[in-house]
Write a protein that binds this ligand. Structure first.
Ligand code: SAM
Length: 215
């Protein structure tokens, strides 16, 4: 299988065709080898239009969802970004290509270790990864706050105020919020005076966010 051709087709047919236009996001998705983030036996499906299992009952998100969530973060390259839910590390790699520094937290050790290996193999040394077993989480990354952008890649019952507290003025939080079976993607913008504005995007379905402000 030619992964370069599959990746180009993924970007054109799944992402651009659905309206993602941010050139930097499209370039990052064109360049990042998604097949190294899935289990070897699933490499041939890595560019298909769906989420895939990555072990530990978790998934790598659908390429379009990764692109859309990243576009909603409005990254220009200067940002400090927090990600809750490293999973395979694929979304992390896209963020690392588009921002200055990425702080990512995963609760499942084997996934975190595998993600670290993949990111290191791509020389993505601007990623700081922390394993947090979910006890009392999401707590964000208080000692590195505030963040210009925060992304949560698991479904939450409500917007965690511990995360909006860690946003800088002008910062953006993108998070799926709903019940355990379906959610809506929300973008929360923190205004300069500290007030929050919420914008609703598409419906989606994520694995649950575990912890105090999750399930
Ligand atoms: N963006 C990832 C990717 O590209 O592979 C997909 C992430 S997967 C849908 C969600 C991840 O969030 C899982 O790996 C899960 O273990 C993790 N997770 C759930 N609750 C968490 C929490 N409170 N803190 C950190 N990670 C959490």
């Amino acid at each position: 299988m030619n992964f370069d051709i599959a990746r180009k087709k993924m970007v054109q047919d799944q992402i651009m065709a659905r309206g993602v236009t941010d050139r930097r996001v499209l370039d990052a998705m064109m360049k990042t080898p998604r097949h190294i983030f899935v289990q070897e036996a699933m490499a041939a499906q890595a560019y298909s239009d769906s989420p895939l299992p990555v072990g530990e009952k978790q998934t790598i998100s659908q390429p379009y969802i990764v692109a859309l969530m990243t576009e909603l973060l409005e990254l220009n390259g200067s940002e400090k970004v927090l990600e809750i839910g490293t999973g395979s590390g694929y979304q992390t790699a896209i963020l690392a290509a588009l921002a200055d520094r990425v702080y990512t937290i995963e609760r499942i050790r084997p996934l975190a270790l595998r993600a670290r290996k993949c990111l290191d193999s791509l020389r993505m040394f601007n990623v700081m990864l922390r394993i947090n077993d979910g006890e009392g989480s999401p707590v964000g990354w208080e000692d590195e706050a505030p963040f210009d952008a925060i992304i949560v890649t698991a479904g939450a019952p409500a917007i965690p105020d511990v995360l909006t507290d860690q946003l800088s003025p002008g910062g953006r939080l993108v998070i799926p919020v709903g019940n355990e079976f379906e959610q809506r993607l929300l973008k929360i913008v923190k205004n300069d005076d500290g007030t929050l504005e919420t914008f609703a995007s598409i419906g989606c379905r994520f694995v649950p966010l575990i912890g105090k402000q999750g399930w």
